[in-house]
Design a protein around this ligand. Structure first.
Ligand code: NAP
Length: 334
């Protein structure tokens, strides 16, 4: 981005995160939203000002498909429609074929080699051929359980093991998030929803482990992502939007391991439940020196995700072409 030049942005997905990104962009100078795409019928055909609940119109109407990509001049697309690489792939390839950079909150794109090496290589080739950059980012995956620990290992002479925990008190989060983690369900309902893949747990633990191992040059035997487990309320808990009775599900816990020489050398522990006693993000590096970094309270995911997307837009635009991973984009100059 050249100083004082305007960055033209298309939003692809205007849900919670796309909406927060849009609001943040509207506060910035030298930034213009020039297009918006979303499939939600309640949003298509409306000015994004109305979609965002603003009292003014922005002059950009939400389109239902990618036709807008060829109608407007843009520098980058902010992509926030899905967690899964297979779903994101056709959307992102269309964007790239229009010669546009992409920054996406798709969890599996943050380190796509764990989900599908072929799709990741195709994206890299396509981006290079079209002279654009693709980046998957966000708070987690994208920062707290991968980029931040990787940055901390820069001051270690050696690293033997890394343990990372994120504990969220879901009482302070939006109702849609509380529902997503099964809060207020019976344990049987939770298990039924898990079997039907309505409750999927946290997407991205395997990607974070892959990214950390890659940064450290560790060849892992395997990455194990455990099944998500219900956290059961030991007492009745009241939150602004939801009550969880004693014995009902308060939320989820999910662990994942990067295994080397038969031992977990990277351990991730993700917990999100209503009534968590303390909210924190903790990184422990068993190495030289020993490091424990604890952020209290844990970082608010929605705020941080919108921030990291907006903050990294200039980096993505100015980066060399190809599919980038946070570890490369943050630490290396290009
Ligand atoms: N990496 C991270 O740290 C991080 C953090 C936060 C969120 N995320 C991920 O980012 C994604 C967005 O999050 P969110 O909370 O904003 O989700 P959301 O509220 O569900 O918003 C997604 C929006 O995209 C629309 N959409 C879905 N498929 C589309 C398509 N093919 N074309 C155009 N629009 C489409 C949805 O419409 P419908 O509702 O009609 O489907 C919805 O309006 C999620 O997958 C989330 O898991 C990642």
């Amino acid at each position: 981005v050249v100083e004082n030049s305007t960055v033209n942005i298309i939003l692809y997905g205007i849900g919670e995160i796309g909406g927060r990104v849009a609001k943040l962009l509207l506060k910035k100078e030298n930034v213009k939203i020039v297009g918006a795409i979303d499939v939600d019928k309640r949003k298509v055909g409306k000015d994004i000002g109305a979609v965002l609940g603003l009292e003014r119109s922005i002059g950009i109407v939400v389109s239902k498909d990618e036709a807008v990509l060829s109608k407007v001049e843009a520098d980058i697309v902010v992509h926030t429609t899905t967690s899964f690489l297979k779903t994101a792939y056709p959307q992102i390839t269309k964007i790239v074929k229009h010669g546009l950079n992409v920054i996406s909150t798709c969890e599996e794109l943050s380190y796509p080699y764990v989900s599908d090496v072929d799709l990741a290589s195709n994206l890299d080739r396509l981006a290079t051929r079209n002279n654009v950059t693709i980046l998957g980012t966000g708070v987690n995956p994208g920062f707290l359980m991968d980029t931040l620990p990787i940055v901390l290992t820069c001051i270690c002479q050696d690293v033997r093991e890394i343990n990372i925990e994120r504990v969220i008190n879901a009482a302070t989060r939006r109702l849609s998030f509380q529902r997503k983690i099964g809060a207020g369900m019976t344990v049987d309902e939770f298990k039924e929803k898990m079997a039907k893949k309505i409750i999927t747990g946290h997407v991205g633990l395997g990607q974070s482990i892959g990214m950390v191992a890659d940064a450290l040059g560790w060849k892992l035997e395997k990455i194990e992502v455990n099944m998500v487990e219900p956290v059961v309320a030991e007492e009745t808990i009241e939150s602004d939007s939801l009550w969880v009775k004693h014995g009902q599900v308060a939320g989820i816990r999910q662990c994942a391991h990067g295994i080397k020489n038969g031992k977990s050398v990277i351990t991730l522990d993700f917990q999100a439940h209503i009534g968590a006693k303390q909210e924190y993000d903790s990184i422990t590096i068993k190495g030289t020196p020993y490091i424990n970094n604890k952020i209290v309270p844990c970082v608010n995911g929605d705020i941080a995700t919108a921030a990291i997307v907006v903050n990294l837009i200039p980096r993505v635009i100015n980066s060399s072409s190809g599919l980038k991973i946070m570890k490369d984009l943050i630490i290396s100059p290009n």
